[in-house]
Write a protein that binds this ligand. Sequence first.
Ligand code: PLP
Length: 366
Amino acid sequence: MAVPFLNLGRLNAQVRPALDAAYGRVMDSGWYITGPELTAFESEFARHCGVEHCIGVGNGLDALALLLRAHGIGPGDEVLVPSNTFIATWLAVSQCGATPVPVEPDPATYNIDPLRAAAAVTERTRAIMPVHLYGQAADMDPLMELARAHRLVVIEDAAQAQGAEYKGRRAGGLGHAAGTSFYPGKNLGALGDGGAVLTNDADIAAKVRLLRNYGSRVKYEHEAAGTNSRLDELQAAFLREKLKCLDAWNDRRREVAKQYGEGLRGLPLQLPEVPEWALPVWHLYVVATPRREELRQFLEARGIGTMIHYPKPPHLQDCYPAYHGHDLPLATRLAGEVLSLPMSPDLTEAEVGEVIEAVRAFFARG
Ligand SMILES: Cc1ncc(COP(=O)(O)O)c(C=O)c1O
């Protein structure tokens, strides 16, 4: 049995009638940008995350960049970022003219290590951007403590963590503000690009609202040199429908993760580690082995799709030549060892069983 890494068409088909109705609603309304669907989605998603303000924007990268800008972060400022993340976290900092300062992860959870973050703070540090990687919250309490001590802003990159919890509170409401992404493959994915800013800070919310809309509150009056980055009505309408399924879909991801955890136990394979305070939403199920390439090819030959998140860390990318000499051994090692197994709420028990059986067969072969 072939098991694709991700089949979004199959997942979205589960809510096809609701998505069709959402499309019809927007189409018939004749209102396609910043209308009632966006307003409704913003308040529904804010409630889901347990925050006061949600501002829908064009994508996750913009959400993070707009937040940095709204906090007045720019040239000369340093922002602590994980060394092992999707490049968007770094690019948001670079876009503002500030300097990303990579911090190595906790080798067990792959999330930013608070002790290493503390060691990286300088007099230029303005913010920390923890990423809740693969759907599991970073250890936020020590980071917030560090931020308090140095008057830093904590901006969560919650792109992979919609619904994830840290000590009973949801990602997006754990720092001073958060950016998230509704890229189609995310736990809450649109049918195109989308993102949002989340915060309890009314002043920051107002600034982002302004900046996302040409710096304009009143049409043709421009208070700030803003940008155009709005979550459109159609995507907001689709997201409203999919938000109704998010908790159940996250529960199903947890079942899949449990089945993987039980089925893969005992193999010479690093499985995801979950601290007792974390309730992950398993955006990705990532295992690690120095034999990653062999395993990947073995699975591919059996029709099992896998992905690598991520094969090259930001500091080794061509767009960041100044970082090529940085010594970041954990990020570099992980890029060579991590492998994401199929993960989606629509996976059947038989499909997950097939993946487990294939991974076990790989290691049984020696
Ligand atoms: C951790 C992380 N940050 C930021 C982003 C950026 O989101 P987007 O692709 O919507 O710009 C993504 C997803 O793509 C991501 O995984």
